[in-house]
Design a protein around this ligand. Structure first.
Ligand code: 0R9
Length: 638
């Protein structure tokens, strides 16, 4: 841990912009004003508390969700400085009302935690109808209050005495800005758990006073606990391998463990911020890992022949790894739209050599583990080669499973050649499939009926997929490969749409298909190409004609406003609608409502898929509700 020796320089605060700009264009500062943006407010404040802890002060963060919709975040650091700023205002007033006031961390070593790097406090204030900052410092309790997006309600004043130190921020998100102001205990506690894994000295507590929920996280073993947590329900081949090293001013800490599953899970962090899109540190890790296993295998005559070697994907099958690096600010480079990808070139070679050297040493010292992992990697190599051969045969039409024949039986193709505009409907049941085929937009809509339940892919290998008729049809229809060969750019369709009955079986088929896509075509989900169709639950016939109702709530509301007689029909399945109805309600771009399947957090999705692919239906439904964005698809059609 590095101690920040820079003391707070009250004159270094940069006054740049007014809070009004934030309110006018909140998206520019917090990304969006949906649920994600709402929670961003919390992350900004929590990040400031984490910064203080990383700098060496304090070890405790508490988050309280109050019944009145306000939220409190508290730390036990030094407390925000309470002196006067050169402008004549108090320092807290400047920090919480002036954008970019957090400039103090510049060039003070590691740039820590995420988000807007201390800019956040004023942004949160700008987007809150009320904010109150209480500071324990210099033997006093001081407090300042704001309202209506950062207007001072009561300037900083002493409200009591205390020997404690720390900062407490309480705020109410502005209802004019956020349509939905309900914080999610689950979202907050999952994110805080991840922070707690990365900050082993810290305890983070979350209390939901409304729903009487609470969670408290503290992990002495840091990222080793993280790996154990992810692999909790899996069969691991050995205890987690853990190493730390410092090279070229870059701190590297890695924990990894193999399980008997086929899935790879790699999570990386830079200065405690998740790098969801990877980057040079991940590349370095993968290269070092592949090299260490290949060298060991060759040196011990496990791989024979000059050309024999294991692919990266072979040595990562069943691997869970956490890569946490700390990079000094002057070397930090982020890339990509969301800045979730590390660009720092030095991180690549540094992480590669650290991984290689530490693993090489470990494998030499732990022969049994080395052999167990290599055995698995070799099996993966064989399965991969066999699956590829089978696919090639199918592509060339040489094998007994001719691709065209397999598809022509079931797939109703789209005639259009603009693949990005084309849509593939995966439809539950032959009867609904038949309706969809007869009434569709033939230019852009293709239909593939699915019979019964598809294979649960939680534990399937690519060989199992090739052996499964239903999934093989999906693979060939999409035409972009599978697993490590999958390339979403090759997809025959811009949208893959799952269309099932609105019942438990339908939900089950949805989750089975999502699991398949998550395991074998994950980029499809990452690129936002996977959707779920939402057929209506009811139709109402009145004197004015027929209308469709999506939910029970909507039905109740509508019933109250209808005058005269009406007839309600409940659709138990897609098959109960005629072809025209099915098209109009569920497939027609003008009327349909599609849910996009999103991947908010790979670690959580992984864990949840694993747990939820068990026998219970209720948690599975909840998973779908939580992981699917309930947004009108046509809002983000590109
Ligand atoms: C409950 C959430 N906590 C905070 O928001 C928080 C900010 C903060 C802080 C300092 C200490 N604790 C904090 N908690 C601090 C103190 C000193 C120097 N730097 C930071 C010092 O005593 O010299 N921050 C002060 C300014 C900022 N944080 C920032 F918002 F501008 F980043």
């Amino acid at each position: 841990m590095t101690k920040n020796t820079n003391t707070y320089d009250e004159s270094s605060i940069k006054i740049l912009e007014g809070l009004e700009a934030v309110r006018k264009r909140p998206g520019m500062y917090i990304g969006s004003t949906d649920k994600r943006g709402l929670h961003h407010l919390i992350w900004e404040i929590v990040d400031n508390a984490i910064d203080e802890i990383i700098n060496g002060y304090g070890n405790y963060i508490k988050i309280l969700l109050h019944k009145d919709g306000s939220i409190t975040i508290a730390d036990n650091g030094r407390g925000v400085p309470i002196g006067k700023h050169e402008s004549g205002k108090s320092t807290p007033e400047v920090i919480y009302t002036v954008l970019h006031a957090g400039g103090k961390f510049e060039n003070s070593g590691y740039k820590v935690s995420g988000g807007l790097h201390g800019v956040g406090a004023s942004v949160v204030n700008a987007l809150s109808s009320y904010m109150e900052v209480t500071i324990y410092r210099d033997g006093k309790i001081s407090q300042i209050k704001f309202q209506d997006g950062g207007k001072v309600l009561s300037p900083l004043k002493t409200i009591g005495e205390s020997k404690k130190t720390g900062t407490i921020v309480r705020f109410i998100p502005d209802k004019e800005i956020f349509k939905n102001c309900n914080f999610s205990f689950t979202t907050i506690s999952e994110r805080m758990q991840e922070s707690a894994f990365l900050l082993p000295d810290v305890t983070i507590e979350i209390i939901d006073e409304e729903d009487n929920l609470n969670a408290k996280y503290h992990y002495d073993d840091g990222i080793v606990s993280f790996v154990n947590y992810i692999n909790e329900n899996k069969n691991s081949l050995h205890k987690p391998i853990h190493f730390k090293s410092i090279k070229n001013n870059i701190e590297i800490e890695i924990a990894l463990q193999y399980t008997d599953s086929y899935n790879e899970q790699l999570l990386s962090f830079v200065n405690n911020v998740k790098t969801a899109d990877g980057g040079t540190h991940e590349v370095g890790f993968k290269t070092g890992l592949t090299k260490a296993f290949n060298d060991y295998a060759k040196n011990n005559n496990i791989l024979k022949g000059k050309d024999a070697s294991l692919d990266g994907s072979d040595v990562r099958e069943g691997l869970t790894a956490i890569i946490a690096v700390k990079i000094p600010e002057n070397l930090l480079q982020f890339e990509g739209q969301t800045k979730g990808k590390l660009g720092t070139p030095e991180a690549r070679s540094t992480v590669e050599s650290a991984t290689y050297e530490n693993l090489k040493f470990f494998l030499e010292e732990n022969k049994e583990i080395a052999l167990a992992i290599l055995d698995k990697a070799q099996k993966s190599k064989l399965a991969r080669e066999a699956a590829r051969k089978a696919r090639e045969q199918v592509r060339k039409g040489t094998g007994k499973n001719n691709k065209e024949r397999i598809l022509s039986e079931k797939l109703a193709k789209a005639t259009g050649k603009n693949y990005a505009l084309n849509e593939l409907f995966l439809v539950e049941g032959d009867s609904a499939g038949g309706s969809a085929k007869s009434n569709r937009n033939r230019e852009t809509q293709a239909i593939l009926p699915l019979r019964g339940k598809v294979l649960n892919c939680e534990k399937a290998s690519s060989k199992d997929i090739e052996a499964n008729a239903e999934l093989r049809q999906i693979e060939y229809a999409i035409g972009a490969g599978l697993g490590s060969d999958f390339d979403y750019k090759e997809s025959n369709y811009g949208k893959i749409i799952i269309m099932t009955d609105a019942d438990v079986d339908g939900s089950h088929i949805q989750i089975l298909l999502i699991t398949f896509f998550y395991r074998f075509m994950r980029p499809l989900i990452e690129q936002g190409m996977l959707y779920i169709a939402t057929p209506p639950l009811y139709s109402i016939e009145t004197s004015k004609g027929k209308e469709y109702i999506a939910t029970d709530e909507e039905l109740e509301t509508r019933k109250k406003t209808i005058k005269g007689n009406f007839k309600i029909q409940r659709f138990k399945g897609l098959g109960e609608m005629d072809a025209k109805e099915l098209y109009e309600t569920t497939m027609d771009k003008e009327n349909r409502r599609l849910l996009r399947v999103t991947l908010n957090d790979a670690a959580i999705a992984e864990k949840r898929i694993h747990i939820l692919m068990g026998d219970e239906v209720a948690p599975r439904k909840e998973w779908i509700n939580e992981n699917v964005d309930f947004t009108l698809e046509d809002d983000f059609r590109k």
